[in-house]
Design a protein around this ligand. Structure first.
Ligand SMILES: [Zn+2]
Length: 323
């Protein structure tokens, strides 16, 4: 199911710029300056879930000019019309980055990491927001990764190479790890994609073996936290169901990029979906699960506070953030 085509359809310079942790290279040299996005003043939000607490931790927001290639299978005018109908700007989009922490008994678990100091000027705020929420980096005992795109993994290490959460074990989807750590695949990848493979090695090379735990997507990773295979966006992209006392939360990672576009139009393919057909099928299947089970949902690129409910709307879905 993974072949060279996956690399090409999801590859290109855009993928590299994305992995490298900055959106800037995506914007042409002579692109207009759209200004800086406003980052949330209070960048954390706590929600009770049974005996657990889930905390959204914003890492920042990146603003990028909206180009035709952002949605691969819809005309730009149609994309802009969808934004306009929601009173959103049509020249650029703001893409937020929000990771989630789970407080379960004595456990302190972080899912995805943001950029640390490897990204643009309006990113890298996760640790400050963690502190504001009352926790320290040393409190995190486990970091779970959904997939290996730069905005999710770069925050494992700072630019100097030090582990940002030194006491944490890393739990990673086996399928994703196997794909990116395959040296032969890196060698065969188009030049433009090689940086993404190197970025993954920056994180994992030199990591003590006992600090890395691979899980099989679909299996329970920790008590009350079950992974869900959601392949398509990347080859091993995995989501997480969290359950406590009958209350359910779904961390949707990159099931969609901004839901204002891709929940409303689940068949649209964002340029970062490596296998758009698989991603589309996964998107509909998972949204159905979230709606049917009335789960609280959170997504990495959802508008802050990034928590909310998903409802059916037309031929797609609507994400309604909590108040
Ligand atoms: Zn992402």
């Amino acid at each position: 199911m993974i072949n060279r085509r996956d690399l090409f359809v999801g590859g290109g310079a855009a993928a590299v710029a994305y992995m490298a942790g900055s959106f800037m290279p995506l914007i042409a040299q002579n692109a207009p300056n759209f200004g800086a996005p406003s980052v949330p003043q209070v960048g954390f939000r706590k929600q009770k879930l049974g005996d657990m607490e889930i905390i959204a931790l914003n890492d920042g927001i990146a603003r990028r000019g909206l180009a035709a290639e952002f949605v691969r299978n819809a005309p730009l005018a149609e994309v802009q019309a969808v934004l306009k109908a929601q009173n959103l700007p049509t020249e650029y989009i703001d893409v937020p980055f929000t990771a989630f922490m789970i407080v379960a008994g004595s456990r302190r678990i972080l899912i995805d990491t943001g950029f640390a100091d490897n990204g643009g000027p309006t990113t890298g705020r996760l640790v400050a927001n963690l502190n504001a929420a009352g926790f320290k980096v040393d409190d995190i005992d486990t970091v779970i990764l959904s997939h290996y795109h730069g905005d999710h993994i770069n925050g494992v290490r700072n630019k100097a190479g030090q582990l940002v959460f030194p006491k944490a074990k890393l739990m990673v989807p086996s399928v994703e790890h196997a794909f990116w750590m395959d040296d032969a695949r890196m060698a065969a990848a188009p030049e433009a994609m090689r940086g993404a493979f190197q970025g993954v090695r920056r994180i994992f090379n030199g990591l003590p073996a006992d600090q890395l735990i691979q899980f099989e997507p679909g299996k329970e990773v920790l008590p009350g936290i079950t992974s869900v295979a959601a392949f398509g966006h990347t080859p091993g992209h995995s989501l997480f169901r969290v359950e406590s006392k009958g209350e359910k939360f779904a961390y949707l990672a990159d099931l969609t990029n901004i839901p204002e576009l891709f929940a409303r139009n689940p068949d649209w393919a964002v340029q970062f979906d490596m296998n758009p057909d698989a991603a589309r099928e996964t998107r509909r299947k998972i949204f159905e699960m979230v709606v049917n089970e009335k789960m609280l949902a959170g997504g990495f690129h959802f508008p802050f506070p990034a928590f909310g409910r998903v409802e059916k709307l037309g031929n797609g879905y609507d994400f309604k953030p909590v108040a």
